[in-house]
Design a protein around this ligand. Sequence first.
Ligand code: GDP
Ligand code: MG
Length: 297
Amino acid sequence: VAGYVGIDTLQEQIRKKVLKRGFEFNIMVVGRSGLGKSTLINTLFKANVSLRSCSKSEEKVEIPKTTHVKSVSHVIEEKGVRLRLTVTDTPGFGDQINNDNCWLPVLDYINEQYENYLSEEQSVTRKKHIPDTRIHCCLYFISPTGHSLSPLDIEFMRRLDRCVNIVPVIAKADTLTIEERVGFKQRIKQDLANNGIRTYPMKELEEDPEETVTNNKIRELLPFAVVGSNQQYPNNGRTVYGRKTQWGLVEVENRSHCEFSDLRDMLIRTHMQDLVEVTRSVHYENFRQDRLASRRG
Ligand code: GDP
Ligand code: MG
């Protein structure tokens, strides 16, 4: 065909490359224990991907009293696409009587991954593909108190937003009424704004007009009011993930029940690549420049 260059094959080329290696995505969950972090991760990836599922026996795993940052990797395949998913869990955070510096292990972990990446990049025998363990997204779980952010939430997020993409979520949203949710969300938004906490997708970054429309919708919805469940129930001839209570079934993927689907769509279906890209070009780049400057200085 005259004028045909063939760049339409690029998509297939990229696909093949990603298929071979697997797309790497690293997600971290932060928040008090018992807020449904493990459950939500399981619900998101429809597989037993959380840390708890990795314990060999069925016996209850003791929740450690100190903050323990732990990562577990999984390979998920769907229609020939391979995702190498790593979930980093931070169990027990905020449970101690003294929460001073409780964000340190989390920040240390994030920076350690940057450090490892940087040293690989600068190594003489640089690998063709450097394994990416950098955290691409940090889901921050907010307790469904109905009040506003706690001082600890604010402190924690203020320290995190410089090094990682933060996506705040209201945990266990089924425990709030619709009105409580609306007011709670407004107050959280206000708290985030008043404290200059930057959440993902960040307004400061350049976006094309199409992205701005999509991202404004997401920014409007934040923090996502989510419900997680590993239980499936029959519902109008289908089987759905949900939480059955005495007064009815809360459907995880029903958009009029909660915003789980909005979170899932953003993380997995529309913004996964962008989360990786922003991590590389903004957060990692900041780290890299600071690091190199301090070496020179
Ligand atoms: P984690 O400590 O943050 O990882 O919390 P888990 O995922 O282990 O969940 C703690 C408890 O909360 C379990 O009994 C879950 O069944 C329950 N749970 C998890 N997600 C939800 C939710 O969205 N709503 C409600 N009401 N309970 C939940
Ligand atoms: Mg857990």
